[in-house]
Design a protein around this ligand. Structure first.
Ligand SMILES: Nc1ncnc2c1ncn2[C@@H]1O[C@H](COP(=O)(O)OP(=O)(O)OP(=O)(O)O)[C@@H](O)[C@H]1O
Ligand SMILES: [Mg+2]
Length: 323
């Protein structure tokens, strides 16, 4: 990688590059040879179940953890060779925010600015700016130890952007906060993403589809999928799913439906039967016939797309089977 001497070096749009990253804790391989890149201005969701390796990867990107293998570049700086320079480009909201509970919000942000090497005039201006972005005006003189979880998260976000970094690494920015504040936090992240590159981790899938254009799904230390959200749904929706409501005894209905030759799977989730077929099949007429023959009434029949939730479960389950 070339040195970033120019003000705006040409990075081919790549701001974060993770190459063959692995991290072991003793015997345990927490991250297993993963690679990905994130382009300038992208907001990418980093998804995975508990223990998948999200925090470990984020700590490696931010230089808080030394990888067992692999290289990472942020804004053309190699994290291992040039950690201080790389970290100037990065704002980090860790999983657990290291707040000093005896400091007020104002004092804490001043301290964060100092740590980032801002002179006091610049720090003051930046504090005003981040307080406005994170809507902390009313909490400036409150001890951080007395803030609610949601406002602590906001102070965490404020310290992450105090030096106006172009890259933000946010580890579960909305965990544990109430639905109303989640809405506000999402709006804040979207706003921050207008001129920054963001990688954020979460467990909450619908949330990701609202904030992020693209997702990287990790499970047991390996990347199991990486695409934009629409494509992920399309690729995984290789099957056609029909959801029926039938006026008949559910066990017998299932039994009869299971005789349809092109059927791949049938299950009952009260009050619906869910039928799976290959994408290109047209089974509706036959389903109708089977039910009519038994004298049951079809109350509704609709084709359904797999939800993001189902896709996630399917991907992470498939990976477990292969492991
Ligand atoms: N300091 C550590 N020492 C030993 N093992 C660790 C350490 N940190 C993480 N691990 C292990 O590494 C694996 C990945 O953990 P990591 O915290 O990266 O997962 P995560 O995806 O962030 O999970 P969560 O959603 O629960 O935050 C887990 O099996 C975890 O137990
Ligand atoms: Mg974590």
């Amino acid at each position: 990688m070339a040195d970033a001497t120019d003000e705006q070096p040409d990075r081919g749009g790549e701001v974060i590059k993770v190459a063959s990253l692995s991290k072991s804790y003793g015997e345990r391989l927490a991250v297993d040879n993963i690679s990905f890149t994130i382009g300038k201005g992208e907001i990418v969701g980093f998804l995975g179940p508990n223990g998948a390796g999200k925090t470990t990867t984020m700590r490696a990107i931010t230089g808080y953890l030394i990888p067992t293998e692999g290289e990472i570049w942020v804004a053309d700086c190699n994290i291992r060779k040039d950690p201080l320079k790389a970290r100037q480009h990065i704002g980090y909201l860790p999983e657990t925010i290291p707040l000093y509970t005896e400091m007020t919000t104002r004092a804490y942000l001043g301290f964060a600015g100092k740590l980032r090497g801002l002179d006091s005039k610049v720090a003051q201006r930046r504090i005003d700016e981040v307080v406005e972005v994170c809507q902390l005006e009313e909490y400036l003189d409150v001890l951080t130890g007395k803030l609610s979880k949601g406002f602590r998260q906001r102070v965490g976000l404020a310290q992450a952007i105090i030096h106006d970094p172009e890259v933000l690494i946010l580890d579960e920015p909305t965990v544990g906060i109430d639905p109303l504040q989640v809405v506000q936090t999402k709006a804040m992240i979207k706003e921050l993403g207008r001129k920054r590159t963001i990688l954020l981790s979460t467990h909450i899938l619908p949330e990701v589809s609202l904030i992020c254009e693209r997702v990287i799904i990790i499970n047991q230390g390996k990347i199991v999928a990486e695409d934009n959200i629409d494509n992920l749904s399309k690729i995984l929706n290789t099957r056609k799913q029909l959801r029926l409501r039938v006026n008949g005894p559910s066990d017998q209905v299932r039994e009869s439906l299971s005789k349809i030759e092109m059927l791949l799977d049938v299950s009952y989730h009260e009050p619906h039967h869910l039928l799976e077929f290959e994408r290109d099949q047209e089974p509706q007429a036959e389903v109708n016939q089977v039910l009519a023959k038994e004298g049951w009434t079809l109350l509704s029949m609709e084709e359904v797309e797999m939800s993001l939730e189902e896709i996630f479960v399917k991907l992470t389950k498939a990976a477990e089977v292969e492991a």
